[in-house]
Design a protein around this ligand. Structure first.
Ligand SMILES: NC(=O)c1ccc[n+]([C@@H]2O[C@H](COP(=O)([O-])OP(=O)(O)OC[C@H]3O[C@@H](n4cnc5c(N)ncnc54)[C@H](O)[C@@H]3O)[C@@H](O)[C@H]2O)c1
Length: 348
């Protein structure tokens, strides 16, 4: 099978922990090069993951004629310049979320990719969880009826750390909402097939005293009329995290727990019933059995790399298009604006 030759820019964080190990399992991808902030780190990561080349700067990596696609996993402040350099060098791009610091910068990245004729996808890899695919299919097949209510939750424990780029406004842009809520908003829009149209939000630092939010709650209405709630926190212990994704419709409910995660795991409870039933004053809730769901778990990062490599090799549709990621970023901007103004904010 033909394999895409990948170069990784920023190989020491999530790339080292998850994406490169996932890439190494992909059938149609090959890790060719890594770049880091210095040669010692780059060489260490090259050797660890069996890449051919190590670079101490991203420009040399994108200029390497062997590299066909790059995965950009640096702190967000570097995304725009690195993505534009990669596109100008005619490399396809898988970029971590958020695409860039601002939506405008992300749109510029998109424009340059179009100009250069390269493909770009975004690292919202939770779309590939088998249970999320099942949930999406159930809604697409109409089995949940009219979707009326959604909730997505992602939390972790992230205490104050000296000089951490994620805890500063100038380098992260936002906090728990931008870093974790992003996945929940994306999953709700992806699974329901409907986009947010009006948004309210609360966000603040309640616990740790760093610049960005450690607590955020976003309430939005989707184009299909459903209400959705996303709660993202940096101040809930990991051991207490539930990471729930819940979607309710006029014919049933789907409750996932532990699926909004870096590991494909967790459980899914689906109840489908009949919306033609009459009103039951007793509100009897005991007569419906959960639906049996049979899936095989895999590695979401492998699926992410295989999917985009397939788009590159065979012109298959891109599973996480940049437009979707930029829309999620607009929703988050609206949530912060709502927090600041106390008003409902409409997406234009
Ligand atoms: N999808 C996911 O599961 C997931 C999880 C965590 C982070 N992320 C995203 O990945 C990106 C990176 O986050 P992280 O947690 O890995 O950050 P990190 O700070 O842990 O790692 C970033 C790496 O990039 C390197 N780096 C910094 N500047 C560089 C440059 N100019 N050239 C080359 N390398 C450079 C750093 O040395 C470091 O090794 C962010 O956009 C984040 O939102 C995604």
């Amino acid at each position: 099978m033909k394999k895409v030759k990948w170069g990784v820019i920023g190989a020491g964080g999530i790339a080292d922990r998850r994406t490169i190990p996932g890439m190494l399992l992909a059938e149609n991808a090959e890790l060719y090069a890594v770049s880091e902030i210095n040669m010692e780190l780059a060489e260490k990561l090259r050797a660890k993951h069996g890449a051919v080349k190590a670079y101490d700067n991203y420009q040399d990596l994108v200029n390497d004629p062997e590299v066909e696609a790059v995965y950009i996993a640096t702190p967000v402040g570097f995304h725009k310049e690195q993505a534009i350099a990669a596109a100008r060098a005619k490399k396809h791009i898988l970029i971590e979320k958020p695409v860039a610091f601002t939506v405008e910068d992300g749109e510029e990245v998109k424009r340059v990719c179009e100009e250069e004729g390269v493909k770009i996808a975004v690292g919202l890899m939770m779309r590939y969880h088998s249970y999320h695919q099942v949930m999406k299919n159930i809604i697409a097949e109409g089995k949940l009826g009219q979707v009326v209510s959604c909730r997505g939750q992602l939390t972790c424990w992230f205490p104050k750390m000296e000089n951490n780029w994620r805890q500063q406004k100038a380098t992260a842009g936002g906090g728990a909402l931008v870093d974790m809520g992003v996945h929940c908003i994306d999953l709700i829009q992806y699974i329901t097939g409907s986009k947010a149209k009006k948004v309210t939000g609360f966000s603040a630092n309640k616990t740790f005293g760093y610049e960005v939010d450690d607590s955020s709650s976003t309430l939005f209405e989707l184009e299909n009329g459903a209400y959705a709630y996303v709660d993202a926190n940096f101040n809930i212990p990991d051991a207490a995290a539930k990471c729930r994704l819940e979607i309710y419709g006029t014919k049933g409910s789907m409750l996932a727990e532990g699926t909004i995660s870096q590991v494909e795991a967790g459980k899914l409870d689906v109840v489908l019933t009949d919306d033609t039933l009459g009103y039951d004053a007793a509100q009897d809730r005991n007569d419906v059995k959960p639906v049996d769901i049979d899936v095989t778990f895999g590695n979401m990062y492998t699926k992410e790399v295989e999917s985009f490599s397939n788009s590159i090799l065979n012109d298959a549709p891109i599973e996480v298009p940049i437009e979707d990621a930029l829309y999620v970023q607009k929703v988050m901007n609206c949530a912060y604006e709502s927090n600041d103004t106390g008003k409902v904010v409409y997406l234009s």
